[in-house]
Design a protein around this ligand. Sequence first.
Ligand SMILES: Cc1cc2nc3c(=O)[nH]c(=O)nc-3n(C[C@H](O)[C@H](O)[C@H](O)COP(=O)(O)OP(=O)(O)OC[C@H]3O[C@@H](n4cnc5c(N)ncnc54)[C@H](O)[C@@H]3O)c2cc1C
Length: 583
Amino acid sequence: MLEAIKNTLKEAFPDVKPELAIDARGILTIRGECASWDEAVAVGHLAAQSPEVKNVVNELAVKGQPDFRKDYRPYREMGNKAGRIDTVDVLIVGTGISGCAIARELSKYKLRILAVDKEDDVACGATKANNGNIHPGHDVKPGTLKAKLNLRGNELYTQWADELGFELQRCGVMGAVSDAKLRPLLENAAEGARKMGVSNPQTLDGEQAKQIEPGFAEQGIEPAAAIWFPSMGLVEPYKVAVALAENAVMNGVRFLFNCTVADVLTKDGRVIGAVTNLGIIETSYIINCAGVYADEISAMAGDKCYTIHPRKGTIAILDKSRKPIFHSLAGMLDRGKPKPKKDTESKGGGMCRTPEWNILMGPSATEVPDKEDLSSTPEGLAYAMSLGEAYGIGYGDIIRFFTGTRPADYKEDFFIELSPVTGGFINVGGIQSPGLASAPAIAEMVEGIFVEALAHDGPPLERNPTFNPLREREKEFRHLSHEEQDELIHREPAYGRIVCRCESITEGEILAAIRSPLPPSSVDAVKRRTRAGMGRCQGGFCQPRVLELLARELGKELTDITLRGEGTAILMADTRPNRVGSV
Ligand SMILES: Cc1cc2nc3c(=O)[nH]c(=O)nc-3n(C[C@H](O)[C@H](O)[C@H](O)COP(=O)(O)OP(=O)(O)OC[C@H]3O[C@@H](n4cnc5c(N)ncnc54)[C@H](O)[C@@H]3O)c2cc1C
């Protein structure tokens, strides 16, 4: 089999002479040198196509390109110097949507659980930089783990939203055509989706499409037929992560931020702890949810079994004055320029909206060698914006653009398993799109793996007798009736002071966030919880006030409050130390 892979690679890439090795588990390791990063990625993809290959460790070096691998030595030194700081049953590495979901799921059991992240808050990786689409599951490769977990995850989101009190809009997604002759193609696609288990796919005639999606009539578009998936949902992804984490905290999970895992300690083939920059954490189980770094954490545990090749995507957010064209996520499949080509494994790439009705354009998809590369390039932005040309959307509508990185492996599937090499180590890797949509099912699957592992390893797992899946959430001030607002201001005058004028966010809401079960410590962390700073002025007016509130409530100096953790100071020093009153 190795010979066959070698020949396939030789034919496609005659100049690359890779050394290949495959183990009994089907982990293929590729070493050697090639001319460009794109070539290295293409070699990895081609090799992964062999059905015998379970996953690919791609160690091809690129001629003349620096080594972007993270140097964990300084973190290890700090941690070893600090010594043991904690002992837990389960250590979760990474507090994106996967880590937060798993933390909450496992809080059903009587366990000491610690979730750590190298950043200063939850949702600082891919989880803060995506489209928030809860995909129905119709456009994922059938037979993959992604397909299975996307379907289940989509279904479970309703229960999550009810229990955790975040907004889920089941807006639906529609693809329409102007030529009735294309209807059989849509019927085939709907039938295919039904067979995959997608919830209620439908084929519509033009009138039905217009009834469900008023945007067509508003735009003067006459669809002849459409395919409709009513289960498509929209969420604010960071709010889901915060809700999960808060509920996990209520149920006994602890979170530790600014904590980088730099090594995994093992004894007799089992996990016994982790070295972090803050010190050593003893544990019997590690659940690796480290996003683009998950392959490195797995290698630390002695199980080098996949490589993450980061694929970045740029998204532009438009001002609310540019109203969404469609109420659902809709588009004409046979109108306008064909979409510029991009990697077919990544989803999205069109125009959608947030639950708050901001249009989102993009994302693009570009393979990059550096996991820290979150730069938004003119090309990436141009790709994202090109998709709105047909609707007169231009750069003047943008209030912000950002770039997130998809943690893709070479099988382009989720890689979730109890390591057969290192006992007590669970990989949750390759969680690219639809990782957000699949998160409830990822948590469910990891719970199953963990319970089974513990049944084998002992001691018996006990239920957490005080587990409460519910997280009470007060309605946002701006969504209350005038009577409700009056009543709230009487009870708590801070709700009568608007801090973020663009989004109408009150001081009361910011204080409630700072006093919540998982208090934010930076300005961006407040933004993720309240929306203060997410409007047209992007924090120009409210940032100083948020900063003051954070400093006052946390008992810190103004200069200690950062935008998003270490190295992002907003105020450098007090230039008028003898003044009376605050800055
Ligand atoms: C542009 C874009 C658009 C997308 N759109 C969608 C969409 O609409 N719908 C959808 O379902 N999916 C979408 N996705 C995919 C989705 O965002 C991801 O699948 C999901 O967020 C992955 O979550 P995660 O928790 O696994 O990883 P992450 O959110 O990346 O979290 C990993 C965490 O691990 C931490 N970490 C890393 N290394 C260490 C270490 N050594 N020590 C401690 N902590 C560490 C990081 O700081 C990070 O917080 C999109 C992704 C992108 C980039």
